[in-house]
Design a protein around this ligand. Structure first.
Ligand SMILES: [Zn+2]
Length: 308
């Protein structure tokens, strides 16, 4: 199994959150911490819970432990490769330099590879609702400190904020230095925004992109361009995009020839893991074998920059 869409901070388990909170003298809201999936009930409370829980990561050592914890748990399920999304400025704001973030992830990777045989890479992300200037800054930061573990540049956050064209500069900076491109699109907004994001940002994969199902034309374009959709089934159900797995468009996207890979998104907040995602996909006719083969070709590690 391969996990190609996972936000590193979203992997924080309650046990790890508690440990880091104690170590960093951060007080956690006990009711939130103890509740399943951190007790959020709508998108606003999800974001609040997310920021609150993620605030316990305050040092490079914390980051290394969180990444290693996810990798070792994933390896036990049979995962062989993970691409983590992480927004470097988030941790820089609490004093963890980008170099130290890269070193922490590398250390976690090496330990997990040696002890559990699982590999990983990192996608540096910009946060859409923080605006285009911050995204350009994030891209400059990413290309200024190249490292083997860093293979991609992505865009997360609220899809409804700012036109996609505002992020063209950030992506052209990132791509010009060999970073591979992905962005969240077509999760909350309609199918045309997916093609626009691919064309404007030069995407090689699309985060979610499931609303492509609403347009035959868009599905045909995705299928012929062979641009994979990073589908996160439990996340889509948890955020009420679809009422049940039976109503989820994954089967129709697959039937239309769209390439599909899987991710856990924010597994600790959605109470899922990659095994559950593969099993949900198997239930609608997509075999683990097919998805893993697809993910292998779609992973960004394929052409790692060797000159740095
Ligand atoms: Zn996501």
């Amino acid at each position: 199994m391969i996990d190609l869409h996972v936000h590193l901070r979203g992997t924080l388990t309650p046990t790890m959150a508690c440990k880091l909170a104690e170590r960093n003298s951060i007080s956690l809201d006990a009711a939130r911490w103890a509740a399943k999936g951190y007790g959020w009930h709508d998108f606003t409370s999800f974001l609040q819970a997310y920021d609150h829980i993620a605030s316990v990561i305050a040092t490079a050592q914390d980051l290394e432990e969180v990444a290693y914890d996810y990798l070792s748990r994933s390896a036990q399920l049979g995962t062989t490769y993970v691409e983590f999304m992480l927004s470097p400025p988030d941790l820089m704001r609490v004093g963890v330099a980008f170099d130290d973030q890269l070193a922490a992830l590398s250390a976690a990777r090496e330990r997990a590879l040696e002890l559990h045989g699982i590999d990983c890479r990192m996608i540096a992300t910009a946060v859409r609702h923080l605006g285009p200037a911050a995204a350009t800054q994030a891209a400059r930061l990413a290309v200024g400190r190249r490292h083997d573990i860093l293979v991609g540049f992505g865009l997360t956050g609220d899809e409804r904020m700012f036109p996609v064209g505002d992020f063209k500069e950030a992506f052209s900076i990132a791509r010009s230095e060999g970073l591979r491109a992905t962005a969240h699109a077509g999760e909350h907004l309609g199918p045309d925004t997916i093609i626009e994001a691919i064309e404007v940002l030069g995407l090689e994969r699309v985060g979610h992109g499931i609303r492509a199902v609403e347009s035959e034309v868009v599905m045909r374009q995705l299928a012929s361009a062979k641009i994979p959709l990073e589908v996160c089934l439990t996340s889509n159900l948890a955020l009420n995009l679809y009422p049940s797995i039976g109503k989820h468009p994954i089967g129709r996207l697959n039937a239309a020839g769209c390439a599909i890979v899987l991710g856990t998104d924010d597994p600790s907040f959605f109470s899922t893991d990659i095994e559950m995602e593969y099993s949900l996909a198997a239930g609608v006719g997509l075999s683990a074998h097919d998805i893993t083969a697809q993910a292998n070709t779609a992973s960004f590690r394929a052409i790692l920059p060797s000159r740095h």
